[in-house]
Structure formats: structure tokens, C-alpha cells
Design a protein around this ligand. Structure first.
Ligand code: G3I
Length: 377
């Protein structure tokens, strides 16, 4: 066993005994948990769904409070929920989300203002550029303004790029042209000059997309408009992207003078239909053992690979902690993950740090062990 693995092993025993519990050390009360272990490095965030915002499950509420110091709403801030009809917003749940973050003294992240998906249908009916500009400005300023001084950062624009780095064809691009991008950032800034403004996307480690993102951000910056950060959605696999590609991307984005946030971290352990020759994601894989190989539990060998993968990724994050503002997991526990239903519905996936019973997994232990070892170096 190399030193890191030895320390990981010992720490695993310690963590299994102490994590998520109060520990009595010389009369003082102390807990080992993620947010505290990483508190000098970056925020440790989590995406929360409606049930979690409402704190329907007390154990889950405790996990969220104890382990994370930042929250993102998984769905309820998207335009179809928060601004379902043109003249009316629905802030019922978003107010509760913000109240939860405030109660727990968390860094609150807003997701997302301008996105082509989960989009309010009325947006798609707009054909006139002035009307689109007014609608976007009203949308952004009403939401950002309501939470001014409360929501600490925003995904101003989400997923505006194609895989080849060109701009995705959306209703915003169609009606307003490329200017919709700088304008969105400008309006968000005008509504709250202190909140941090991010561009957020997936596959941000792919070379062509990375170059496209950099071109796009530079064009916004050249207009004198503020962009504070790039969100790299970490929807990653057990092997891809490589640590080298993740590192190169963090460095390239940081060279724009912005922070990097890892915004939607999860590690998919299931086979991808795209890796099967001739596979079509729309094919019916229901009940396919090949595509859903671990319906009961994850074999130890994969659990270890998964834990090591998280450890390698976090090692890189620690190396570049000066460039990273926040690492957010896309969900609290495996049962909640969108990856159980995408790209094939009804599979059993294991992408997060807590299992379906909310118990911390070996991956949780591995990233705590890594940090404790890092500290002692
Ligand atoms: O709102 C309906 C509800 O009325 C209905 O009863 C229920 C039945 O399935 O579906 C609900 O809608 C679901 C919605 O989440 C809200 O819960 C949709 O079916 C479901 O497809 C949708 O999935 C979300 C997905 O975005 C949509 O694109 C996932 O939960 C969410 O994790 C995912 O998050 C995105 C990020 O926002 C952006 N980056 C990629 C990431 C993963 O796709």
C-alpha cells in the first residue's frame, strides 16, 4: 500500500467511527464533515430538490446542514417553475430555498437565469428582438433583484454552446443574436452588482467546446461587462474526462481572470449507450442487464474505483484551490440522482457520496482522507 492509500485506510476507520456524528474530544464537541474539512479550500455545495428544500426528511436535512456550506436549487429556479407565465412569477419555493440557505449560513447559488431547457413556453413565442430584450431584462432583474444581497452567485447563462464550440441555436440566439449573452450578464450586474456571475456548461473539458467558451467569455469581457466565473458541470465518468483534461480546462478558464466552480459533480458508474457500436439512446433498454448491471448494489471493485476516482479529482481541486471557488455535488444521495433516469430510464446508478440510506460511502471517506493527508504534508 502506498502512503496515501495507507492513510486513506486508517482515516476510513476513523471516519466510519466518527463521521456525521458528534465526537467528544477532551470535553469539546467536534464533528468530521466535508464542509469543515474543506473550509479553507473552497465551498462544498449540493443541489437540493423540492423535498429537501422543504426538509421533509429529517436525516437528509441533517446531512445537508452538516456536510455542505453551499446550496443550489436542482430545478425550482428554472424559468418554467419560477416564471411560468409572462406576467407572473412564482417565488413560493425559491423563497424557501433561500431561507434554508440563510438558516444554515450557506453560500447560496442561483441556477439558472437564461437556459433553453426547462424554459417557460411563453419565451418561445417571442419573435421580436425588442420584445425579447425586454422579456429577458424583466426576467433577470426581477429574480436577481428579489434576492439581491442574499443569492451569492448566479448561473446567468446555462449551456449556450454546441460541442464544436459554436453557439447553440436557441430562441434567445434566434431572436436577439449573439448580443443576448453580454446583455444577460449586464442585466444581472445591474440588478445586483455584488453577486458573482457565472457561465455554466457541461463537457467543458472537451477541447473544441473549451475554445468556444473562451472565445465567448472574451467577447463579453471585451465589452467591459463583468463575468466572475465559469461553471464546469462535473457530469463525469469513472475514466473520462482525464485528470489532465480537467486540469488544462481549469487553467485555461482561470487565465481569463475568472474563478472556476465545479458546479454539478457526479460520477456515472453505468455503461453508456453511446459506447455500444450502433447503439441508439432512444432504443428500449428496459430490463437490459447489460445496461443496468448493478440493480441491487455496487460491487466492491467498482466502489473502490469510484472512491479512487473522487480522490484523484479532489487531489486536482486541492492543487488548484486558488482558482476554484466551489465544488457542488449534483444531489445528496444516489437515490435522488438524475442519472438513474438518464440517458436510460429506470436504472440504478451510484454517482454521489451518500447511498440510498444516506450513509456516507467509501468515496466520502476517500476525499476526507485526502484532505487530512494534504494538511499534514
Ligand atoms: O415537474 C415534473 C412533475 O410535475 C412530474 O410529476 C415529474 C414526473 O417525472 O416530472 C417533473 O419534471 C422533472 C423535472 O426534473 C423536475 O423534477 C422532469 O421529468 C425531469 O426530466 C427533470 O430532470 C431535471 C433535468 O435537469 C432537466 O433537464 C433533473 O432533475 C436535473 O437534475 C437536471 O439538471 C441539469 C441542470 O439543471 C443543468 N445541467 C445538466 C443537469 C442534468 O441534466
Amino acid at each position: 500500500m502506498n502512503t496515501l492509500r495507507q492513510i486513506a485506510f486508517i482515516t476510513t476507520i476513523l471516519i466510519t467511527t466518527f463521521s456525521c456524528k458528534e465526537v467528544n474530544t477532551s470535553g469539546a464537541s467536534k464533528a468530521i464533515n466535508l464542509k469543515d474539512v474543506y473550509k479553507e479550500n473552497f465551498y462544498i455545495g449540493v443541489a437540493v430538490n423540492e423535498n429537501q428544500i422543504l426538509e421533509n426528511d429529517s436525516l437528509e436535512a441533517t446531512r445537508i446542514e452538516n456536510e455542505f456550506n453551499s446550496i443550489t436549487a436542482e430545478n425550482i429556479m428554472k424559468s418554467m417553475f419560477i416564471h411560468p407565465v409572462k406576467d407572473s412569477f412564482d417565488f413560493k419555493l425559491t423563497d424557501k430555498f433561500v431561507a434554508l440557505g440563510e438558516k444554515n449560513n450557506m453560500f447560496i447559488h442561483g441556477h439558472t437565469l437564461i437556459w433553453h431547457s426547462q424554459l417557460s413556453p411563453w419565451f418561445t413565442e417571442i419573435k421580436d428582438s425588442t420584445e425579447m430584450a425586454n422579456a429577458m431584462e424583466h426576467h433577470i432583474k426581477t429574480i436577481v433583484g428579489r434576492y439581491k444581497g442574499k443569492i451569492n452567485s448566479w448561473d446567468v447563462v446555462n449551456e449556450a454552446l454546441n460541442e464544436d464550440g459554436t453557439l447553440r441555436k436557441t430562441v434567445f440566439l434566434d431572436v436577439l443574436g449573439e448580443d443576448y449573452l453580454p446583455l444577460a450578464f449586464k442585466w444581472a450586474f445591474e440588478a445586483d452588482a455584488n453577486t458573482k456571475l457565472y457561465y455554466n456548461d457541461y463537457n467543458m473539458t472537451n477541447e473544441e467546446k473549451r475554445k468556444g467558451a473562451i472565445r465567448m467569455i472574451k467577447r463579453i469581457q471585451e465589452k467591459g461587462i463583468k463575468v466572475d466565473g465559469i461553471g464546469m458541470q462535473g457530469h463525469w465518468g469513472l475514466e473520462k474526462p482525464s485528470i489532465e483534461d480537467i486540469e488544462k480546462s481549469i487553467l485555461d478558464y482561470a487565465s481569463l481572470g475568472v474563478k472556476v466552480a465545479i458546479t454539478e459533480l457526479d460520477i456515472n458508474v453505468l455503461p453508456s449507450p453511446w459506447d455500444l457500436v450502433g447503439a441508439d439512446v432512444n432504443q428500449n433498454f428496459e430490463g437490459s442487464k447489460k445496461m443496468n448491471p448493478y440493480p441491487k448494489n455496487l460491487p466492491d471493485s467498482i466502489q473502490t474505483k469510484f472512491a479512487n476516482r473522487y480522490q484523484d479529482i479532489f487531489k486536482l481541486f486541492l492543487k488548484h484551490q486558488d482558482k476554484i471557488s466551489r465544488v457542488t455535488f449534483w444531489g445528496v444521495n444516489d437515490g435522488q440522482s438524475w442519472l438513474n433516469d438518464w440517458p436510460i430510464k429506470g436504472r440504478t446508478n451510484y454517482p454521489l457520496l451518500f447511498d440510498r440510506e444516506l450513509k456516507p460511502k467509501a468515496a466520502y471517506d476517500s476525499i476526507i482522507a485526502l484532505k487530512l493527508k494534504y494538511k499534514s504534508n
